[in-house]
Design a protein around this ligand. Sequence first.
Ligand SMILES: Nc1ncnc2c1ncn2[C@@H]1O[C@H](COP(=O)(O)OP(=O)(O)OP(=O)(O)O)[C@@H](O)[C@H]1O
Ligand SMILES: [Mg+2]
Length: 272
Amino acid sequence: MTDVSKDKVQAYIDLFDGDVVKAVRALREAAYERPARRTQPVTPRRALSEQVIIRVENLKKTYKIGKQQVNALNGITLDVHKGEFLALTGASGSGKSTLLQLMGGLDRPTEGTVMIQDNKLASLSDKKLSEFRNRTIGFVFQFFYLQPFLRLRQNLEVAGIPAHTKRSQRRERVNQLAAVVGLGDRLEHYPKELSGGQMQRAAIARALLNNPEILLADEPTGNLDSENGKAIIDLFEKIRNEFGTTVVVVTHDDAIASRADREVKLKDGVLV
Ligand SMILES: Nc1ncnc2c1ncn2[C@@H]1O[C@H](COP(=O)(O)OP(=O)(O)OP(=O)(O)O)[C@@H](O)[C@H]1O
Ligand SMILES: [Mg+2]
């Protein structure tokens, strides 16, 4: 930092109610004339890995419906660290699902970039993006989307088809993951014979079938009671701890937000 007058330093300290650390950080950011990197809007509850796995840079998304435009994301910059359990929170309509979809390459931004490892998602063709998604990312949604006419085993096995794994490997992986999510004895059941919590755990097992580095979940407990919701949170933590998976969860559920390593809040398409 160069040439900062005493008055300016004092003004910054006053601005932050005497908090010198915050004042210096803000001054430094102003001096380098780059936007504040909102990598750690709140102090994480657990030391984060130095390694960044998802890098979101000035992300904007505008939806056009006829002549009307909705600015769902207005410039989001955020680093997700490898192996972290991150909660994305905010009021309805604040842009959480939009951000999650762009992070997972399910949709393309209007402006800005998403980098996962060394891949800039916007530079990938649709085909390459879909291959990359299958390999790297597992998705979990509020509604479980299990096929009602398939047994749990088949529901899980079909998820392994796009990755061209061998049938024997798929079977073994299905057995292993069903045990991880506590459904080892339910593989021959149909979805309607499972409880809501069990269906969501099955959907999580399905998302993990290709051993993704990243698990993205949109309101995974939105349809569950608090006890089943807690079992899902426990499971996310277990997956992160056992497999080192990076877990990003969009949620209205305070129980998840308070258990995550870090909570990032959105308001009107920006981080707050
Ligand atoms: N496909 C779409 N077409 C048009 N507008 C959309 C579309 N998806 C989202 N929006 C709008 O973008 C804004 C952000 O929506 P988003 O679904 O990301 O919010 P959210 O934070 O996930 O809300 P909720 O908590 O209700 O799920 C909202 O104003 C929404 O109406
Ligand atoms: Mg949403």
